[in-house]
Each structure stands twice: as structure tokens, then as C-alpha cells.
Design a protein around this ligand. Structure first.
Ligand code: XMP
Length: 511
């Protein structure tokens, strides 16, 4: 049964870039996981009573000043621990072993010889491909430990103390570049921690419901609802957690696709929430008038969105919590790992400080997109909503090249609706597909008359992470049909072209 008391594995974060992936792999193995800071006090850890702890990798050198360290008592709790990369160094350093710089650093997929008798390597062949990425390594084992894997350049690529149920790997079992890595994590969970496999997305739902209820009590929550998968799932979860005390503000900026505003409203009818739809089309179009630069469009829309939101929040009066549908990839793409910002998307922390809230609630922050969709289905949201492809916050404004006008919006809406309708008949659909209204006009002929209309570009891409993509070679017959229908059904279009560029070098959206 899924209750908030599912067995839990705690992932202690020492700054590694794959930390969420570790938590996700644990969930894939049907065990609940939670990511907490590396410095989480022991009392808190004991209170959570995890069946196992995983120490993540991290950028530091354990022997340098200022590196995050672990408490010796952590390893004396009797809870099984798996240290990964920096987590391994931490284990060795704390327990009296030695960590030193590698004579030869290892990066990439490295052949690793493992001790097949180790409980964490059960069922695996003796030679494995593992992702290594390190400049330090364990050079002397702590007392009671033995090496359980090695590579050509790393004598201690894994270590263990079976009696104390302490295990560690220099390589990263959580990434796809370690093809059997999930088996290693599963072995740790089931062979070492005694996992029962009692977690599924229903368990996550139950846990979140109880956490939100405890935090919110009888106070009120405000959520900005865009109608996208993430904020919709967030709304459904909160409506169940605090029925009647959730206010959702849906800002219809007039840059939505055909019928979209009504569809979003309909999906939330009948749920225990206060749905406020703000028709702000005029406000947005006024601010966007004559603006051609994509980044300025984004900035204007982002800012105006906040202003509308503020106006509505003020009308509501005392609201204690602000909820956001932030998911894990948002946190990464917004430069959280020092990565470059290509487009100013994503509203991570993007709301003004001067709306006074007691706290922010982000119940999806640790989840990946497919997990969010699964949770949405579990909460009974219609598939049309949970399976929605991402739609950019600035909406059709970044799919109209150049200045945005009401007329152009109408044209694009009609063209996009045709394309989406035709694609909806395909058995296998591209991951993202949409129409763009370019700023290029060209000469055409309709009946006996010359036309001089806009060019519509169609885009359909295959992607899993939306950070890279390939174009989809749609059948010419389909493209021909779409082209014919668009010319007939979208006023002012005289030519249709198909975009055959990947990302990189292009991006998915045209602006
Ligand atoms: P790009 O165009 O950057 O798109 O290759 C990658 C994914 O991000 C979406 N996207 C945005 N989402 N605000 C958003 O909320 C934005 O300004 C924005 N720009 C792009 C895009 O639709 C795709 O899914």
C-alpha cells in the first residue's frame, strides 16, 4: 500500500551534477527517495529513518580546506550507505583512509573490473563499462574495507565493508554511460538495504499531500496556472491537499493557441480550487506593440505577467504561500549549475520579492517531466493535459517573427490548428510540433489574382530533453495536405515551408 510511510532512501547532496538523477534512479527501482543537503543534521536523518543513504558526487577535494565533510557518526548509525565519487572520498576520509590526487585523471566510459561476489555487483559480469570523472581517488583504504573494483589507472574503483554495510564507487552508476548502473543501485537497495519496493507515483502523491497539509495548515495558497503540464499537475495536487484554500490565477495573455484558454479552464472545473481567469490580451498586446527583438518580447511578457499576477494577488488579500510548478530541468536550465542562459525562460525565482509570502511551495521540484506526467494521470487530469508538449511561456509571441499583432495571431492560430490536427492522426507523433509565422512575404497566385502573403514555417522535432533535437522527416504527403489546408484556412498566408534543422545549431523555437 502507498502510504506516507513508504521506505525512504536519503540522497545527501554534496554538489554533484547528477544528484537528482540518483534520486530518480532510486524511484525507478520502486523505492521512495529524497534529496537533502549534505549537511543535514544527524537528528533529522534519524527522524526520517531511511533504509539507506547515498552520498552524491561533488566538485570538491575532500582534503582541501573548506570542502564539505561528513560526521563520523553518520557512518555509525548502522544505516547502509553508498558513496559515489566524492561520496566515496568522504567515506574513506572520514573513516581513516586516504584520498589523493590521481596520477592519471580518468574521464569517460572506462572498462572496470569488478568483484562479482559483492552484493552491489550481484548478477553482473566481471568486466563493466563505467563512467569515471575524477581527479582524486582513494589511495589507502579505511580499516575493515576491501577494494571491490579496479581500472587500469585506479586501483580502488570501488570499496566496501560488508559487515558495516558501507559501499562506495568511484564511478557513477546513476548515469546512462554506465550501462548496468541501475542494476548496481538496485542491488544496493534490495541486497543491502532490504528494500521492499513499496514506492510508486501513488506513494509520491501520498507523501506530498501529507507534507503540503502539514506545512500549509489552514492557510491559503496562490498558484500561477499557465495550463502547462507542470503548473496543472501542481494545481491538481494542491487542490487535493488543501481543498478550497487554493487560488489559481490563469493569466490569459492572448498569446495562446486556438481554444487553449477555454480548455485550461474546463480541465479545472469541478476541482476544489478557486480559478481566476484574467483576460489580459489588450494589456499584453499594447506592451508588445512594434517590438521585434525576441529577448525584449520575453522580458516584456515576463514583466507584464508578474504585474497582472500582482494586481490579482492584491485583490485576494491575505495569501500565505506561493506555489510554483517548478520541475527539476527548470532548475538546471536556468543556470543553476553555472550553465549559460540561452533564452531567458523559466520562472525559477522569477516572481517579485515584494509580494509578501510566508513561503514558496514547489512540490514537483525533484521530478523529471515523465514523472510529472505520470503524477498528473494519477491525479485524474485528462490526457490532453498531461501529455501536452511544452508550450513556451511567451506563447505565440515567440512564434511570430517580428512585431506581434492581433491579426497575425489569428493567422498563426489557424495555421497551427491545422498542423496539429493533421499530426494528431499520426500513430507516432513528434515530441514537439507547431507552426511559425515568419516575417517573410512572397508572391503567390490564387485564382486569377496575385497574392503577397506571409510564409508559414512548420516545425516538428524529436527530443527527450528539449535541450537538443532532431527534425522529424514527416511524410511529404502529409506536408502537402497541411500546406493546402493552411493556405485555404489561414488568412494572409501564401507559402508554407518545412524546417529541417536540428538543435544545435538552431533552437526549437524560432525566436
Ligand atoms: P528552445 O527554443 O530553447 O526550446 O530550443 C527548448 C524548449 O523550451 C521552450 N521554450 C520556452 N519555455 N519560456 C518558456 O517557458 C520561454 O521563453 C521559452 N523559449 C523556449 C520551447 O518551447 C522548448 O520546449
Amino acid at each position: 500500500m502507498n502510504t506516507p510511510s513508504n521506505q525512504l532512501v536519503l540522497v545527501l547532496d554534496f554538489g554533484g551534477q547528477y544528484k537528482e538523477l540518483i534520486a530518480r534512479r532510486v524511484r525507478e527501482c520502486r523505492v521512495a527517495s529524497e534529496l537533502k543537503p549534505g549537511r543535514t543534521p544527524l537528528d533529522e536523518i534519524k527522524k526520517l529513518a531511511p533504509i539507506g543513504i547515498i552520498l552524491t558526487g561533488g566538485p570538491d577535494s575532500v582534503y582541501k580546506e573548506g570542502a564539505p565533510l561528513a560526521d563520523l557518526a553518520l557512518f555509525e548509525l548502522g544505516i547502509p550507505i553508498l558513496g559515489i565519487c566524492y561520496g566515496m572520498h568522504l567515506m574513506a576520509h572520514t573513516l581513516g583512509g586516504q584520498v589523493s590526487p590521481c596520477p592519471v585523471s580518468e574521464y569517460g566510459r572506462i572498462t572496470t573490473e569488478i568483484d562479482e561476489s559483492s552484493p552491489i555487483f550481484a548478477g553482473l559480469d566481471g568486466s563493466q563499462i563505467c563512467l569515471m570523472s575524477h581527479t582524486d581517488q582513494v589511495s589507502r583504504l579505511p580499516e575493515g574495507f576491501k577494494a571491490s573494483a579496479h581500472t587500469d589507472n585506479c586501483a580502488i574503483a570501488a570499496m566496501e565493508n560488508r559487515a558495516r554495510r558501507l559501499y562506495a564507487t568511484q564511478f557513477h552508476p546513476e548515469v546512462e554511460n554506465t550501462p548496468n548502473g541501475t542494476d548496481i543501485i538496485r542491488n544496493f537497495l534490495y541486497n543491502v538495504c532490504g528494500a521492499a519496493g513499496d514506492y510508486d507515483i501513488g506513494g509520491y502523491r501520498a507523501r506530498m499531500l501529507s507534507e503540503i497539509r502539514e506545512r500549509v495548515g489552514d492557510r491559503r495558497v496562490l498558484l500561477g496556472l499557465s495550463g502547462g503540464v507542470d503548473s496543472s499537475v501542481c494545481a491538481a495536487l494542491l487542490a487535493e491537499a488543501v481543498p478550497g484554500r487554493l487560488h489559481c490565477i490563469f493569466v490569459d495573455h492572448g498569446l495562446m493557441r486556438q481554444n487553449e484558454g477555454d480548455e485550461v479552464e474546463a480541465a479545472f472545473r469541478g476541482r476544489e480550487l478557486h480559478f481566476i481567469r484574467v483576460d489580459a490580451e489588450e494589456r499584453f498586446l499594447k506592451k508588445l506593440k512594434g517590438v521585434r527583438d525576441p529577448e525584449r518580447k520575453r522580458k516584456i511578457i515576463g514583466e507584464e505577467f508578474v504585474r497582472v499576477f500582482e494586481d490579482e494577488a492584491k485583490k485576494l488579500g491575505d495569501v500565505d504561500f506561493l506555489a510554483q510548478g517548478t520541475i527539476y530541468p527548470d532548475v538546471v536550465e536556468s543556470g543553476a549549475n553555472g550553465s549559460a542562459v540561452i533564452k531567458s525562460h523559466h520562472n525559477v525565482g522569477g516572481l517579485p520579492d515584494d509580494i509578501a509570502f510566508r513561503g514558496i511551495i514547489e512540490p514537483l521540484r525533484g521530478l523529471f517531466k515523465d514523472e510529472v506526467r505520470e503524477l498528473g494521470r494519477e491525479l485524474g487530469l485528462p490526457r490532453a493535459l498531461t501529455e501536452r508538449q511544452p508550450f513556451p511561456g511567451p506563447g505565440l509571441a515567440v512564434r511570430i517573427i517580428g512585431a506581434v499583432t492581433k491579426k497575425k495571431l489569428e493567422t498563426l492560430r489557424a495555421a497551427d490548428a491545422v498542423f496539429r490536427e493533421e499530426i494528431s492522426r499520426l500513430r507516432v507523433k513528434p515530441d514537439m510540433y507547431f507552426a511559425v509565422l515568419t516575417d517573410t512575404r512572397s508572391v503567390g497566385v490564387m485564382g486569377d489574382f496575385r497574392t503577397y502573403g506571409y510564409t508559414v514555417a512548420l516545425r516538428a522535432v524529436k527530443t527527450t530533453d528539449f535541450m537538443t533535437c532532431e527534425y522529424v522527416p514527416l511524410p511529404h504527403k502529409l506536408l502537402g495536405r497541411v500546406s493546402g489546408r493552411i493556405i485555404n484556412e489561414a488568412a494572409g498566408v501564401s507559402r508554407v515551408v518545412y524546417d529541417v534543422t536540428g538543435k544545435p545549431p538552431a533552437t526549437i523555437e524560432w525566436e
